[in-house]
Design a protein around this ligand. Structure first.
Ligand code: CTP
Length: 400
C-alpha cells in the first residue's frame, strides 16, 4: 500500500477471548508497512501479555494512564494525535458502552476521547450480548457520530454458543483498514468488472477453458471498493473469495458472461474487462458423458461473441478498459484491439514474461490509450496495477 510506512495505526485491544486474533492483525499491519502502537486495557492483559504485542509491533505497549514512564515515553495525547486511524479489536460490550457514554476512565478510552482520527470498532462477544438492545442502541449512536464498525461474523463462539459475535478474520479487518485510509476518488464511479476464465462444456464432466485465475479482476474489485466505487463483479469460476461490498454475479460460459455484462452495462459508468473470455465453445454439447473409443476424435469449436466489441459499439460516454494477453508483437496487437473495440485504455500483458500473466500475484503491463500514449510499467502486484489503471481512468475522465 502506498504511504503505509508513514501511517500510524493505534490498535486498542480490550478484554475478550479474541485478543489472540489481534496479535495476528498486528503482524499483518507491520508486514504492510504500518507503524502500530498497541494500547491494551487491563482486562485484555488477562488474556494475552503485552510482551506478545510489543514483540510483534516492535514498540512498547501502552497500558496505563497514570504511569510516569509511559506518559513521558508514549503520552496519551501524543498517541491520540499520531493516529491516522484508531482501531479497537476486539471491542467488548463494555468498551462500546463506555465510548457511547463518554466515559474516559482508562488509557484507551481517554485516547478515544482525545483523538480526531477515524475510529474503526470490531465488536466481538457472546451472541446474546451482541443482540442486546442496549449494545445495539450504542452501536447505532456511535455510527451516527461517524464511528466505523466491522460486523462480527457468525459461527462457533468460545463461550460454547453458535451465532453472531466472532471477531472477523484479521485479513478482513486489514482490508477494512485499507478502505478507510484510501482516498475516495472513485466515489462517482459504478464499475462493472469481469474476472476469471469461462468454462465451455463439452459433456457433463468436461469443458474447454483457459489458465486465468481471476486474480487481476478481483484485485480491481478490491481496489475499486477501497477508492469508493460501487463494484459489480461478473466472475467466471475461480477459487477466490469475492471482496465484501461487491455485487457478485457468478457465470460459467462466455454466453452467460455476455448476458450478465449486457444487463449491467446500462447502470455502469466504466467497464473493466479483465476476464479471459473464451473465444470458442464446443459446437455440440453432448448430454451423456462421451465414451472412450478407438482412434482420435475431432472437436469442432464455434466462435463466441466478442463481448467487449459489442460494448464498444454502444459505449455512450462510458469508459471502456480492456486487457490484451499477447505472446508476440505486444504494442502492435494491443493497439489494434484498442482501436477495433473502441476502448479508452488497454492493459497489455506479455504472458510469456516471468511474473506476468495468469496465475501469479504480479504483473508487468503496458498501458495504452486512444491518443497513442504507451506506458510500460515495471513488475508490480496486481493491486498496485489496479491502482495505476484507476489513476489512468481518472485522468481520462478529467480530460473529457
Ligand atoms: N474479450 C471479450 N470477448 C471475447 C474475447 C475477448 O470481451 N470473446 C475481451 C477480453 O476480456 C479482453 C479483450 O477483449 O479485455 C481482449 O482479449 P484477448 O483475448 O486478448 O483478445 P481477443 O480479442 O480475443 O484476440 P486474440 O485472442 O486473437 O488475441
Amino acid at each position: 500500500m502506498e504511504d503505509a510506512e508513514k501511517r500510524t495505526i493505534v490498535l486498542g485491544v480490550s478484554g475478550g477471548i479474541a485478543c489472540y486474533k489481534a496479535a495476528e492483525l498486528v503482524r499483518l499491519l507491520v508486514q504492510e508497512g504500518f507503524s502500530v502502537q498497541v494500547v491494551m486495557t487491563r482486562e485484555a492483559m488477562e488474556f494475552v501479555t503485552p510482551l506478545t504485542f510489543q514483540t510483534l509491533s516492535g514498540r512498547p505497549v501502552a497500558t496505563e494512564t497514570f504511569s510516569l514512564t509511559q506518559e513521558s515515553e508514549i503520552g496519551h495525547i501524543r498517541l491520540a494525535g499520531q493516529a491516522h486511524l484508531l482501531v479497537i479489536a476486539p471491542a467488548t460490550a463494555n468498551i462500546i458502552g463506555k465510548i457511547t457514554a463518554g466515559i474516559a476512565d482508562d488509557l484507551l478510552t481517554t485516547i478515544l476521547m482525545a483523538t480526531k482520527a477515524g475510529v474503526l470498532i470490531a465488536p466481538s462477544m457472546n451472541v446474546h450480548m451482541f443482540e442486546n438492545p442496549i449494545l445495539q442502541e450504542n452501536i447505532g449512536k456511535l455510527k451516527a457520530l461517524g464511528y466505523h464498525f466491522i460486523e462480527p461474523t457468525e459461527g462457533y463462539l468460545a463461550c460454547g454458543y453458535e451465532g453472531k459475535g466472532r471477531l472477523p478474520e484479521p485479513e478482513d479487518i486489514l482490508e477494512e483498514i485499507r478502505r478507510l485510509l484510501k482516498k475516495k476518488d472513485l466515489i462517482d464511479e459504478r464499475l462493472l468488472i469481469t474476472a476469471g476464465p469461462n468454462q465451455e462444456p463439452l459433456d457433463p464432466v468436461r469443458y474447454v477453458s483457459n489458465r486465468s485465475s481471476g486474480k487481476m479482476g478481483y484485485a480491481l474489485a478490491r481496489v475499486g471498493l477501497r477508492r469508493g466505487a460501487k463494484v459489480t463483479l461478473v466472475s467466471g469460476p475461480t477459487s477466490l473469495v469475492p471482496p465484501s461490498g461487491a455485487r457478485l454475479i457468478s457465470v460459467r460460459t462466455a454466453a452467460e458472461m455476455r448476458e450478465a455484462v449486457l444487463q449491467e452495462f446500462a447502470n455502469a459508468t466504466a467497464v473493466v474487462m479483465a476476464a479471459a473470455v473464451a473465444d470458442y465453445r464446443p459446437e455440440q454439447y453432448v448430454s451423456k458423458k462421451l465414451k472412450r473409443a478407438e482412434g482420435p476424435i475431432v472437436l469442432k469449436l464455434q466462435p463466441n461473441p466478442d463481448i467487449l466489441r459489442e460494448l464498444g459499439e454502444r459505449k455512450n460516454g462510458r469508459i471502456l478498459i480492456g486487457f490484451a494477453a499477447e505472446t508476440e508483437a505486444l504494442v502492435k496487437n494491443a493497439t489494434k484491439k484498442l482501436r477495433e473495440k473502441h476502448l479508452d485504455l488497454i492493459v497489455a500483458n506479455d504472458v510469456t514474461q516471468e511474473g506476468s500473466g495468469f496465475e501469479g500475484d504480479t504483473n508487468a503491463a503496458t498501458l495504452m490509450d486512444r491518443k497513442g500514449a504507451v506506458h510500460s510499467l515495471p513488475l508490480m502486484s496486481k493491486e498496485e496495477l489496479a491502482d495505476r489503471i484507476y489513476d489512468y481512468l481518472i485522468e481520462i475522465r478529467n480530460s473529457r
